[in-house]
Design a protein around this ligand. Structure first.
Ligand code: ACK
Length: 275
């Protein structure tokens, strides 16, 4: 792979590969392999980009992550500009929300935890959408990209390889079918409202404790069903305001969905009922 030039990394802290001691692989993101590592006295996560095809995602991820600073977004410490580029970020000791929701053995959690994760995801995303001069759109919000720290209480959005600013014309299929807004895979240009759609599926998932559309199988059948108007089934005993929020946020028409800022306001009010 072509080495990343110092020019590409000029705005970020560059980290010398020799200061990293890789301990174990913890998983694979949409792009790159993630390792647990030591950097001096600190435990960090190192994301290595293995293939030339992932190089663009690396530069996107480093550029976007270095611009953001929010308690619900994973912190970037720096990047290595070596033959095999990598980025060094905060280590999330409690793994992903996906593992928390669907890992084995099943972990019990309360409705207030579920609501708090969804609220924190909304807070981090609303921050991205409020970035100036242009909103940032994550485009791949889903539980594997939501990490947990602080004994699972604090949620942090990661995997910024697909983030774009709003001026970029976006008609390609980034993201993952079950959380993807229909306008994205239908090939229309899309806005930050695509993140609101993904967020609604996440809200359903944390409350239902099920994986969305598991029964539909492959990505194409999910896209077809969502295009035809299918959505995850109503959750038994789900409080009406939560059901209403979910269904408005996954409306087929993006302009009918609330903004992420409005979602945060609604979630703050709803969370007060789940102490
Ligand atoms: O559920 P996990 O262990 O948590 O598996 C996924 C995998 O890598 C692909 O994203 C894990 N992961 C990603 N970034 C980090 C991080 N900063 N700290 C700890 N684990 C991470 C994630």
């Amino acid at each position: 792979m072509a080495a990343v030039s110092q020019h590409d990394l000029s705005q970020f802290t560059t980290i010398d590969e020799s200061s990293l001691e890789r301990l174990e692989v913890v998983g694979r993101g949409t792009f790159g392999t993630v390792y647990k590592a030591r950097m001096h006295d600190k435990t960090v996560a190192v994301k290595s980009y293995d293939a030339e095809s992932e190089f663009k995602a690396f530069t996107v991820e480093v550029r976007q992550l270095s611009r953001v600073n929010h308690p619900n977004i994973i912190k970037l410490y720096g990047a290595c500009a070596s033959e095999q580029p990598c980025l060094v970020m905060e280590y999330a000791e409690n793994g992903s929300l996906h593992r928390m929701l669907h890992g084995k053995p099943k972990i019990k959690y309360s409705a207030s935890h579920a609501m708090s994760w969804a609220r924190q995801c909304a807070e981090g995303t609303a921050y991205l959408h409020a970035m100036t001069p242009k909103p940032l759109i994550h485009r791949d919000l889903k539980p594997p990209n939501l990490l947990l720290v602080n004994s699972g209480r604090t949620l942090k959005i990661c995997d910024f390889g697909t983030v774009v600013d709003k001026s970029t014309l976006m008609t390609n299929n980034k993201g993952s079918a079950a959380w993807m807004a229909p306008e994205v895979f239908e090939g229309y240009s899309y806005t930050e409202k695509c993140d609101v759609f993904s967020w609604a599926i996440i809200l359903w998932e944390v409350i239902a404790r099920r994986q969305p559309y598991k029964e539909f199988g492959i990505a194409y059948s999910i896209m077809w069903r969502v295009h035809m108007g299918d959505r995850p089934p109503a959750i038994k005993n789900c409080p009406k305001p939560i059901h209403k929020l979910m269904t408005t946020c996954w409306d087929s028409t993006p302009s009918n969905r609330p903004s992420m800022e409005e979602v945060v306001t609604i979630m703050n009010a709803l969370c007060s009922f789940f102490p």
